[in-house]
Ligand binder design. Structure first.
Ligand code: XMP
Ligand code: MG
Length: 183
């Protein structure tokens, strides 16, 4: 569905599907250049990164391998605590691998900070991050993400994989949810 289909449930459309696709194409060309001559393992963080991974991986004109990890972050409410539990681990041995983590969003940065350390301890040759969205004003830890799609305000956003209570993942655009939906 598009933002227009559920306009009554949204306040602002931040990024349209067309803008997302154009940006991912741009990032795909950069990744191809940066990893020329190297094997590349894309690791998607479930579930939010499913849409980004699906579109981005198909825009690459080279061979890659793909794996998935599911983590949950413990703490009060909806905010990330930095205490991360693995719900589904990787199937791949990371030893000597060039890893590109594919994420939907960098909010506090706590989840990615934990993942970076975890992957480094498994002996990856290199680890970089591709995140479609980033909320610079929400950062609790500085995350050095080589590939970032869009910087956005701190509002809670949905769409293109991002959910509220598992809804709105199939929205093609990224938008701010109207307050009446969660109150
Ligand atoms: P952190 O704070 O650790 O973010 O960087 C971890 C995960 O939290 C989710 N997240 C969001 N999900 N709308 C969502 O639907 C948002 O605005 C939002 N901000 C963070 C997301 O899964 C991220 O990977
Ligand atoms: Mg996520």
């Amino acid at each position: 569905m598009r933002a227009a289909d559920i306009a009554d449930q949204l306040t602002t459309v931040l990024v349209t599907e067309e803008e997302i696709h154009a940006k991912l194409e741009e990032l795909a060309r950069r990744v191809e250049a940066d990893y020329a001559g190297k094997d590349l393992l894309l690791i998607g963080v479930l579930k939010g990164a499913v849409m980004v991974m699906s579109d981005f991986a198909r825009m690459l004109t080279r061979d890659i391998t793909m794996d998935w990890m599911a983590v949950s972050s413990y703490g009060a409410g909806t905010k990330s605590s930095g205490v991360v539990q693995i719900r589904k681990d990787l199937d791949t041995d990371l030893t000597g691998k060039h890893v590109l983590i594919v994420e939907d969003i960098i909010d506090s940065g706590l989840t990615l900070s934990w993942l970076l350390e975890n992957f480094a301890s498994r002996g990856a040759a290199s680890i970089e991050i591709l995140a479609l969205l980033r909320k610079p004003a929400a950062a609790k830890v500085e995350i050095d993400s080589r590939y970032v799609g869009f910087d956005i305000p701190t509002d809670f956003v949905v769409g293109y994989g991002l959910d509220f209570d598992e809804r709105y993942r199939n929205l093609r655009d990224v938008a701010v949810l109207a307050p009446h939906v969660y109150s």
